[in-house]
Structures are given as C-alpha cells and as structure tokens.
Design a protein around this ligand. Structure first.
Ligand SMILES: Cc1cc2nc3c(=O)[nH]c(=O)nc-3n(C[C@H](O)[C@H](O)[C@H](O)COP(=O)(O)OP(=O)(O)OC[C@H]3O[C@@H](n4cnc5c(N)ncnc54)[C@H](O)[C@@H]3O)c2cc1C
Ligand SMILES: *[C@@H]1O[C@H](CO)[C@@H](O)[C@H](O)[C@H]1NC(C)=O
Ligand SMILES: *[C@@H]1O[C@H](CO)[C@@H](O)[C@H](O)[C@H]1NC(C)=O
Length: 453
C-alpha cells in the first residue's frame, strides 16, 4: 500500500535518499511525523498497539502555532469544520464566577498570529491526521512494540516478529517503552498531588438553561479555586462541552478510569452555581492522576538511529494545554529536517538538530505548565488577591485595546500567562518550519560536507 507522492516536497531534490523509517505509536505526534516523512518520500511504517484508530478522548487545544502547521499541510478547512474557535478566554473566581482575567481570542489570534486558536475533540483531529497520512504510510495496527535494538536498529513486536529498519521514531506516548530503552533506567515520575476529572456534556442540555447557554456561546472559561480549577469549552462544532476538573488527590494511577460522579461533585461543591449546574448534567466521568517527569537530557540514542517524539520525551501536565501542540510541532521539525537527506551518514546530524531545536522549547513549555499549577490553585488570601489584581490589570489593557484606546498590549510578567503579549508571541508566533530553515541556512554546509567523506 506504499505510495510515494510524485510532488514529494523533499528539500533534497533529485539526490533525496529514501530511508526505511519505523514510527512507534499512531497518536497525534506519530501520525503527523509519519505523514510528513512519507510525503517527503521515505518508506514509513507505523506500528500501533491498538487495533484501530479509536474514538476515545475528549477536548484538546490547538494553539495558532499548530493550526498554522496544519493549514500548511492542507488541513486548515477540515480542522475549522470540526473545531470550535473560542471568542474569549475568561479566568474566573471559583466562588462567584467573577471574571478577573479576560482576553479576546477569536479573530484576534488570526490577526496577530495568522492562524486560529481551536478547541477540538481528540478523536476528530486524530481521524483527520490518520486519513491524511494513510496514502503515505504502511499502517500496522495491533502491533505492540516490546523492545528495540538501537544499534541495528530493529523492533520486536509482541507477536515475536522482528523488523529491521533504518530509523526508529518513538512516538509511543507518556508510558513510552522506547524512552525507557533510550534512557536505560526505569521511568521516575513524581506525583503532582493532583488528579484530573474529564467529562463531556451535550450542549443541547446546556442550551435549555439561560445561565449555561452563555457558557456555550462565550468561549473558554477557567474557574480558579483553592488547590483546584475547572476548565470548560466547546468541541465538535459546539455539540459537546468539554470539562476538565483538576483537584487534589493522593493516588498515582495515571490510567484513565471511570469515577463516581458524586465524588466529583463533592470535590467542587465550593464552586459557583453554574459549575454545580454543569456537574448535575454529568452522568459519567473519567479520572486519572497527574504525574510529573523531569525533562530528559537527550531525545536521541547515542547510536543516532532512534529518537523520541511527543509525550514520549516531554509529557506535559495539562495546566497549559500544550501536549498535542508540542507533539505536532516536534513532527514538523523532524519531518522538515529528514526531508533533506541525501546520504545516510547525515542522519545523526539531522537528529541532533531536531533535538537542539526542540528540547529547550519543550522544556520551557513543561516548566510553564507546572507554573500554572501554582498560579491557578492559590488559597484565598493575599497571594490570590495579588494574582487577581495582576490579571485584572491585564484585562483592563485588553479591553482598552479592543476599544481602540491603545495599541500596545504588552503586560510582561502578568499572572495571566495569556495576558502577557510577549509570552504569547514567543509561544504562538513560533513557526517550526522557519526555525528549521534558519538552522539549515547556517548548518547545511557542514552536513553536506560530512556526507561527501
Ligand atoms: C487514547 C488516548 C486518549 C487521549 N485523550 C486525550 C484528551 O482527551 N485530552 C488531551 O488533552 N489529551 C489526550 N490524550 C493525550 C494526547 O493525545 C497527547 O498528550 C498528545 O496528543 C501527544 O501525543 P503523542 O503522539 O505524543 O502521544 P499519544 O497521543 O499518547 O499517542 C501514543 C500512541 O502510541 C501507542 N503506543 C503506546 N505504546 C506502544 C507500543 N509499545 N507499541 C505500539 N504502540 C504504542 C498508543 O496506543 C498511542 O496510540 C490522549 C491520549 C490517548 C492515547
Ligand atoms: C490503575 O487503574 C487501572 C484501571 O482501573 C487498573 O487496571 C490498574 O490495575 C491500576 N493500576 C494500579 C497500579 O493500581
Ligand atoms: C505553541 O505554543 C505553546 C505555548 O508555549 C507551546 O507550548 C507549544 O509547544 C507550541 N506548539 C507548537 C506546535 O509550536
């Protein structure tokens, strides 16, 4: 079923050298990488443990730095069709719903970053990527990879089958087996002390209630309370309302499992009436514990034939909603770099470049996510008041800008991370391909010279 695109956008022209590449994991990051590598002309096989591309999951957020990439890959319209573009982000006080932090999103994101901020169901973006990648890949479902020999490199499947290849990309998610082989020691995750509930509410139920109706039409909401917060937004063309509820929990089980909805309601009983109403509409929910992992020193095995991508190398806590974004961005960088191969001995330099371009940014996103845990969960008191005042100040600036009273909306260091324009520019203005082009302009001489040896 392998097809190679005639108009393969390889950067290496006639001299392009197709490689055998194994991608482990058909998640969002793995599929995005497989698509780009296959389209460039590599022979890509994707090994996935699950038997099909399933419909599991709930909402994920795609920031402009990712929707920009998706649009470039020809997926802009499909994403827009299924996604929800929130018009505003409101950060609220848990007790009474007072908005303390606020920002206009919607067309402002398009204006400032040339791409929308989207909320989408994971299953929708997963299907979109799978359909797009399919013509360029050999897909192997029900194929759990149990071990890797990084020097060959080769993979061993649960069935006992051994596959020799030339490059292995470990995109096997937060519990990555490839990571443990690469790092050479067991995974050490530390509890954050938090767990997350996740549930979806049909918006048809919310539209019947005038108070909840506003929430459907408005945009994204975050209610900040002591040691806990709630995030709510629409997905799937506003058919479903996605709720994520972070709360203290001693457990350490990261597997998602069903939870008693009454236990969940009890955890949030101090929250404003609309949150109570939302939770009364819920008849099933999932829970999982949030575990933190330190950034890795390296994403590439020393033999330079195996690398990691996405949650496998930088699992993100959900406090900044960047897990999917970062995995897709990794794929863009790796795909762009490996489309330039003309000789096999260039691969180590290109994998190293992938790590150099991505690791600092992924680490920063991990740190920022961790920081939001503290910011969102302050107990009522002076620190919380200081936070809210800082957010209010940024909101004032945003409102003034909207009224055309000021042009400069920089609120450097605001407690509302999304109110800090400088931070937004760094995050959302980032264009993965531009960074690769810049690196290539500076380093291609060295990489190509090496190839001639
Ligand atoms: C089923 C599922 C549901 C999710 N739902 C949500 C959600 O609702 N909201 C949210 O924000 N995030 C969700 N996530 C996480 C989110 O998809 C990731 O944080 C993000 O997209 C990064 O993607 P990734 O490609 O690195 O990893 P993932 O998307 O986790 O994909 C990893 C893939 O590797 C496969 N795999 C794992 N081990 C092996 C192996 N040994 N051999 C072969 N294949 C293997 C897994 O089956 C999976 O398909 C979910 C992840 C999964 C797997
Ligand atoms: C975690 O929960 C899952 C799903 O309920 C269960 O199968 C698994 O045994 C649990 N793991 C631990 C370590 O308790
Ligand atoms: C987009 O920006 C966020 C915010 O910092 C970042 O965490 C994420 O990795 C970026 N995603 C992409 C695809 O660049």
């Amino acid at each position: 079923m392998q097809t190679t695109s005639k108009e393969a956008p390889t950067k290496a022209g006639d001299k392009f050298l197709p490689l055998d590449i194994a991608v482990v994991g058909a998640g969002l990051g793995g599929l995005a990488a497989a698509y780009l590598l296959g389209r460039a002309g590599h022979r890509v096989t994707v090994f996935e443990a699950a038997s099909t591309i399933t419909d599991v999951g709930a909402g994920i957020q795609l920031s402009p730095n990712v929707t920009r990439l998706l649009a470039r890959w020809g997926l802009g319209e499909k994403v827009k069709e299924l996604a929800f573009v929130p018009q505003t982000l409101s950060l609220r006080r848990y007790k009474n719903g007072e908005v303390v932090g606020w920002r206009k999103w919607g067309e402002i994101m398009e204006r400032d970053y040339g791409a929308p901020y989207c909320h989408i169901h994971r299953a929708d973006i997963h299907n979109i990527l799978f359909e797009h990648a399919k013509p360029y890949i050999n897909f192997r479902p029900s194929s759990t990879v149990v071990s890797v020999d990084p020097s060959v490199p080769s993979l061993t499947l649960a069935s006992g089958e051994i596959i020799r290849t030339q490059v292995v990309i470990g995109a096997d998610g937060v519990h990555s087996r490839i990571r443990s082989i690469l790092v050479g020691k067991p995974d050490s995750a530390t509890p954050t002390g938090d767990a997350a509930y996740r549930t979806l509410i049909p918006t048809s139920l919310m539209l019947k209630d005038p108070e909840l109706k506003e929430l459907v039409n408005e945009g994204a909401n975050c209610w900040m309370g002591p040691k806990r917060h709630v995030v709510g937004y629409c997905v799937r063309r506003k058919e479903l309302y996605n709720l994520v509820l972070i709360h203290p929990c001693k457990g350490t089980n990261e597997t998602t499992r069903e939870v008693d909805c009454d236990v969940m309601r009890k955890d949030f009983e101090g929250f404003e009436p609309r949150v109570q109403k939302l939770l009364s509409l819920v008849d099933s929910a999932l829970v999982w514990s949030l575990m933190d992992r330190k950034p890795l020193d390296s994403w590439v095995h020393k033999d330079s034939k195996v690398c990691l991508l996405g949650d496998a190398c930088h699992p993100m806590l959900p406090y900044r909603a960047q897990g999917a974004a970062m995995a897709i961005e990794d794929a863009a960088v790796l795909g762009n770099l490996l489309s330039r191969v003309t000789q096999r001995n260039q691969v180590p330099a290109l994998l190293q470049a992938y790590q150099d371009l991505r690791l600092p940014r992924a680490t920063l996103a991990q740190d920022e996510s961790r920081m939001n845990q503290l910011t969102f969960h302050l107990e009522d008191g002076p620190d919380q008041e200081r936070r809210d005042n800082s957010m209010r100040a940024a909101m004032e600036v945003a409102l003034k800008e909207l009224r055309g009273e000021i042009a400069d909306t920089t609120c450097v260091g605001s407690e509302n991370m999304w109110g800090d324009k400088e931070k937004n520019d760094r995050s959302f203005g980032y264009d993965a391909d531009v960074h690769v082009e810049k690196w290539w302009a500076e380093n291609s001489g060295r990489v190509l010279a090496k190839a001639k040896l």
